[in-house]
Design a protein around this ligand. Structure first.
Ligand SMILES: [Zn+2]
Length: 347
């Protein structure tokens, strides 16, 4: 716990930054000339700050879960044309909620990008953590060397983002988690049995809140009169290999010609071994991450790269080394000369 509360540094810019209750909200200004209180950017920020205040009033120790739930519902109702991020206390860490072109930056390791998620990013980043930044994507997202000096006070300022500094740093999680890798710390939800929020169909299947039809039984899902509920995430479809082998996506996996003893397999990713006479597959070539309701392809810096082809398209596109690409049903993934296709749970 950090009793004194974080310090904040607002980075100058043309978007809006709001602070309340040791939390920060950043909303992208998508082109309004004046960000007065009547602008839609200011109205969005005010709504999000209200939602944070309400969550803190209801659970001051760990408001992040309530914020994520309320922000998801708000984002669904608000529609596509808003990009925002929220940093909020979450017990022994910081809750990060991102929608659209907003990125959270950590002092070490890979940033969390709202644009990588099909819908939203909802994570708790755990200690050790001395700072975290939140930026609209047209800024240069980086944590400055100088530490911010003002306490987090209620208010709204123009800015491209903000950095929260924790003095003393948020401590490491208990030993079982401290031995985890950075990826595991920031992506706990990516493991098997992850809990996600969604809507249920008449048969009780939990579904992606973006989906109007149940992925398991095909019935239509009521998304207007029911609230989001939390439950164990069902498999997010399956990877269908070109020889007809199907691999259900219930957990993160690593694909290669000999992935079983690779570093990602030791981290707990499920190894999927594929043969390739062309010699174009690395031992641990690509990773598939399940993040909330999204399936994400990551190339592991393989010699020959990983390529994806979206449904109905002619061209294959490379997944840049160490970059991540969210894919939907029907997308093909080419690794060496082998091709997987992402299919629904029922094929
Ligand atoms: Zn169903």
């Amino acid at each position: 716990m950090h009793n004194s509360g974080p310090r904040i540094e607002v980075i100058p810019g043309r978007h809006l930054v709001g602070c309340t209750a040791n939390s920060v909200v950043v909303v992208s200004n998508r082109g309004e000339d004046e960000l007065n209180s009547g602008s839609s950017t200011a109205a969005d920020l005010a709504a999000l700050l209200d939602l944070v205040r309400d969550a803190v009033a209801r659970d001051g120790a760990q408001p992040a879960k309530l914020v994520a739930r309320a922000a998801t519902e708000w984002a669904i109702a608000r529609g596509d044309d808003v990009d925002f991020g929220v940093l909020v206390p979450a017990g022994d860490g910081i809750g990060v909620f991102l929608r659209g072109a907003v990125t959270a930056v950590l002092p070490e390791g890979e940033p969390l990008r709202g644009s990588d998620a099909g819908f939203t990013v909802d994570r708790v980043v755990r200690g050790p953590l001395r700072a975290i930044g939140l930026f609209v994507d047209d800024a240069k997202p980086a944590i400055p060397a100088e530490q911010g000096v003002s306490a987090v006070a209620e208010g709204v300022l123009p800015g491209s983002g903000a950095v929260l500094w924790f003095t003393p740093p948020i401590a490491a999680a208990p030993p079982v988690e401290a031995s985890d890798t950075r990826l595991d710390r920031t992506e706990l939800a990516a493991s098997a049995g992850a809990r996600v929020r969604g809507f249920v169909c008449p048969a009780g299947h939990l579904n992606d809140p973006r989906s109007p039809m149940c992925a398991a039984c095909g019935q239509s899902v009521d998304r207007t009169s029911q609230s989001l509920i939390e439950g164990i995430r069902p498999p997010l479809g399956a990877l269908l290999l070109d020889d007809g082998t199907s691999y259900p996506l219930g957990a993160d996996c690593v694909i290669g010609r000999d992935p079983a003893r690779s570093e990602p397999a030791q981290r707990g990713l499920v190894p999927i071994r594929v043969d390739d006479s062309s010699g174009g597959i690395s031992r641990a070539h690509s990773e598939i991450h399940l993040v909330d309701w999204d399936v994400i392809v990551v190339d592991r810096g393989s010699t020959n790269g990983t390529h994806v082809r979206m449904p109905g398209q002619q061209d294959w596109h490379p997944v840049g080394a160490q970059r991540r690409v969210a894919i939907g049903r029907g997308t093909e993934i080419m690794i060496g000369s082998r091709v997987f296709r992402l299919v629904g749970v029922n094929g």
